[in-house]
Design a protein around this ligand. Structure first.
Ligand code: SF4
Ligand code: SF4
Length: 384
């Protein structure tokens, strides 16, 4: 269960929903979160739309870019949902930051919107995205902020913030609860990993149908099972860090911390999950972490691609201890690259290159090592 929220698990309920609507509302965004979502594979958007996930309702998606219908026909379900008259449960998926529409209105404009209402003169006026979020959140089973702009404000809310941008959580406030009793659910990332989005939606749909307990979210509304660990802990380069081996320039294979990686202090799972279909992911393709999932992004991670100050302590300690560990491991590895026969013959019969025989010191170290290794169990081949 969630740490700070107590919603009892009631088990399967009688009115299991076959269909749930999902309304996608874009504020100040680059559409990257939409692209990330349609790239998801586990589960995919197609799985959600076709209702092929056991226990999860079939999703009817209302997305301004992906929709087939247009105009009032497209807007009608939004209007019904905002009035609480849709006749089916729905979730609101928010992409992009919430820009200050009051500020835009002072000059007669707007930042981002969807559809139009008539003003007092009968002229159509755009309906700001933030207004849709506020109107629909009252009747929504869940409000899910997708991507760092929607979860924390993101790049539009960076220093100077000319649009006075903020997050969905800032807009709705800490007292907000959906009809399911949930505060805003946050899936950060710029753009987020697509499977993180679809998997969280499915877990909410399962909870909606009473088939699972509420999954665990942290105190910032992030799915804990996706964001509890640092990116460093799942990094394919973490072994280099441990052995004090650091990249000096982009393109090197070692740990990227000295060319600007913030991975040790950033909560993100992209290295474990890949960018799409378990392929890619920042360090897997040579990119240092710039902290795009974190509320402090981007300002707290600037300037990008410079060694983070905390690294001066940790990577230098690692450089000292890692050098010792690396040399000991290399010695063991050389021993493990030999067969018992080669040891006996004192020669490796490889035509690919000359393999140096261990000197006396290495032989003594190996003898001592094996003494410890087989201290309480028989050595293979021994007669004891
Ligand atoms: S590249 Fe970054 S995340 Fe990976 S081991 Fe180095 S510091 Fe950690
Ligand atoms: S590793 Fe860092 S930069 Fe890459 S997605 Fe995760 S938080 Fe963003």
């Amino acid at each position: 269960m969630t740490k700070n929220l107590s919603i009892p698990f009631q088990g399967p309920i009688s009115n299991v929903f076959d269909v749930v609507h999902a309304f996608w509302i874009a504020g100040g965004s680059c559409d990257g979160c939409s692209i990330a979502t349609v790239g998801a594979t586990s589960p995919s958007v197609e799985n959600l739309l076709n209702g092929t996930i056991p226990g999860a309702a079939k999703v009817i998606l209302h997305h301004p870019v992906l929709a087939v219908n247009a105009g009032e026909e497209f807007m009608k379900p939004f209007r019904l949902a905002a009035k609480g008259e849709l006749g089916a449960p729905f979730v609101v998926l928010c992409e992009g930051s919430i820009m200050d529409e009051g500020m835009a209105a002072e000059t007669g404009g707007y930042w981002s919107g969807l559809g139009a209402d008539e003003d007092d003169n009968g002229d159509p006026q755009p309906i700001p995205s933030s207004s849709w979020v506020t109107r629909m959140s009252e009747h929504a089973a869940a409000v899910v902020a997708v991507g760092t702009c929607a979860t924390w404000g993101g790049i539009p809310a960076a220093a100077n913030n000319p649009t006075n941008s903020a997050s969905v959580m800032d807009l709705l406030g800490e007292d907000y609860r959906s009809t399911l009793g949930l505060p805003v659910v946050n899936i950060p990332g710029c753009a987020p990993q697509g499977d993180n989005i679809t998997e969280t939606i499915v877990s909410v749909l399962m909870f909606l149908n009473g088939l699972t307990p509420l999954p665990e979210f942290d105190e910032l509304g992030r799915p804990s099972w996706l964001f509890d660990e640092t990116v460093h802990r799942g990094c394919t380069r973490a072994g280099f860090y441990e052995e004090g081996n650091f990249a000096e320039e982009h393109g090197d294979k070692e740990c990227l911390v000295e060319v600007g990686c913030w991975g040790p202090v950033v909560q993100c799972n992209i290295n474990k999950r890949g960018a799409i279909n378990h392929v890619g992911g920042c360090m897997n393709v040579g990119a240092p972490c710039i902290g795009c999932t974190m509320p402090g992004f981007p300002d707290s991670f600037a300037p990008f691609y410079k060694t983070p100050p905390g690294t001066m302590v940790s990577s230098n300690i690692s450089r000292v201890t890692g050098t010792v560990i690396r040399n000991l491991r290399e010695m063991s590895m050389n021993n493990l690259n030999r067969t018992a026969k080669w040891d006996k013959d004192g020669h490796v019969p490889s035509g690919w290159g000359h393999v140096r025989e261990p000197n006396m010191i290495k032989k003594v170290v190996k003898y001592a090592y094996q003494k410890m290794q087989f201290s309480d169990s028989p050595k293979p081949g021994s007669k004891k």
